[in-house]
Design a protein around this ligand. Structure first.
Ligand SMILES: Nc1ncnc2c1ncn2[C@@H]1O[C@H](COP(=O)(O)OP(=O)(O)OP(=O)(O)O)[C@@H](O)[C@H]1O
Length: 258
């Protein structure tokens, strides 16, 4: 493998954020390569979501760096980072609640391809965008709700829409923060299969914050453990799960095979 092929897609270097006196993410250095799915685990309050927010630009670091394909993106805001290929699940606040599900996905498709208002007007373009949006909705099993207003969706359907929007942006890095939280049992496999499919394509970085250890075991190539804001374990899943630090951190907090 050439040096270039082995270069990480995404890297955090001594990434740190302090809230007052509290160090929520404490000098975390970690590199991620294309074709890998890394699960990020740790007890409540360990700093997982905060680390995600530092990577996606929702929060600004107190110290340290975020690099995407070697470029220092630490100074960029979330929209500029998304343009460069960082895919963070949209939160509802990023959506247009009065537009339909399908319209929101069409906007994401258009923004990905930088298609402005004028080009939207041509019928062929509109049809292409609509077809792409329908495809993304089908992938998350949400085609049946295409015409519903976003505001009327159930919590589980909102989560599926967030994933569809991330797919529509075709990012290099997929960041899933507890993607199945709040979903009903029958909805969960659709999303997990989708994440497995993205992993199988072998050309993306997938980061997954997940509490359910059975999900972690089935999907992850690698597990990174955060504890009190620090990276305390990193490696092959079986070894990390067996490590004393994980056994201790999860003891009583997460069932062994939830
Ligand atoms: N905006 C903020 N202001 C102050 N403290 C914050 C802020 N955001 C996060 N924290 C604190 O940072 C720590 C890490 O929180 P974070 O949500 O990242 O943990 P987590 O590992 O994602 O936890 P969970 O698994 O419960 O989601 C917590 O102590 C939290 O209270």
């Amino acid at each position: 493998m050439s040096v270039q092929a082995a270069a990480p897609v995404l890297e955090t270097r001594e990434l740190t954020i302090r809230f007052g006196g509290h160090v929520a993410v404490d000098s975390v250095s970690c590199a991620f390569h294309a074709g890998t799915l890394t699960a990020i685990v740790g007890p409540n309050g360990a700093g997982k979501t905060t680390w995600f927010n530092l990577i996606s630009g929702q929060l600004r670091a107190s110290a340290g760096k975020v690099l995407l394909r070697g470029e220092d993106i630490t100074g960029l805001g979330p929209a500029a980072r998304a343009d460069k290929g960082l895919g963070r699940a949209f939160q509802l606040t990023n959506l247009f609640p009065n537009l339909s599900v399908q319209e929101n996905v069409r906007l994401a498709v258009a923004s990905r391809h930088r298609i402005g208002h004028v080009f939207w007007q041509t019928a062929a373009r509109r049809r292409d965008i609509a077809e792409a949006a329908t495809g993304y909705l089908a992938q998350v099993n949400l085609a049946g709700r295409a015409d519903a207003a976003v505001a009327s969706l159930s919590h589980g359907d909102q989560r599926k829409l967030e994933v569809a929007l991330m797919l529509a942006l075709e990012p290099e890095v997929f960041m899933f923060d507890e993607p199945t939280a709040g979903m009903s049992v029958d909805e969960v496999p659709v999303i997990l299969e989708l994440i497995a499919e993205i992993k199988r394509r072998q050309d993306k970085v997938v980061l997954l914050v997940e509490h359910k250890m059975d999900v972690v075991r089935s999907l992850a190539d690698r597990i990174v453990v955060l504890h009190n804001g620090q990276l305390v374990a990193d490696g092959e899943p079986a070894l990390v799960i067996a490590s004393p630090i994980v056994q201790e951190a999860y003891l009583g907090a997460t069932p062994a095979a939830a």
